[in-house]
Write a protein that binds this ligand. Structure first.
Ligand code: SF4
Length: 145
């Protein structure tokens, strides 16, 4: 049987893609991904934002609201980075389609990758990031770590 192909947040598998230039290595994620072909991606880098970069948050609601045009993503310097976040989500979806990935393991509490949690005003709240929301909308099974 062929190994499943899984999109994974790059920082979760040890790549230093976070806004602060660090990784978010997760042994739990690595363990869950055993036996899969992993495709590490960082939606914020794919959206054209540099690393390190200012922290960003979804202004209202969650990633679904950003995709529908009713919310924005703003960085800590007050710059509107909504277009970058949407582009990164779309590029990640393209990678899923190119590789045949039907599942994704994503980093919680991120405005891009959060599956069930994001941060607002520095506090964890329920909601999905922009990339998680777009993948889920397009039939990719998302799991958060
Ligand atoms: S956008 Fe996703 S992959 Fe990139 S650093 Fe943030 S949580 Fe990790």
């Amino acid at each position: 049987m062929d190994s499943p192909v899984v999109i994974v947040s790059a920082c979760l598998v040890g790549l230093r893609t976070r806004h602060d230039g660090k990784d978010a290595l997760s042994e739990a994620a690595l363990s869950a991904l055993k036996g899969s072909v992993i495709v590490p991606v960082c939606p914020e880098q794919l959206g054209g934002i540099s690393t390190p970069r200012p922290k960003a948050e979804i202004a209202e609601g969650d990633g679904r609201d950003v995709l529908s045009g009713s919310s924005r993503v703003m960085d800590e310097n007050g710059r509107d980075v909504t277009a970058n976040f949407i582009r990164g989500a779309e590029e990640t979806l393209s990678i899923a389609r190119l590789t045949g990935a039907t599942a994704a393991c994503l980093k919680e509490r991120s405005p891009s990758c959060g599956v069930g949690s994001i941060k607002r005003d520095g506090v964890t709240v329920n909601g999905a990031g922009v990339t998680a929301a777009l993948l889920e909308k397009n039939g990719v099974r998302v799991t958060g770590f």
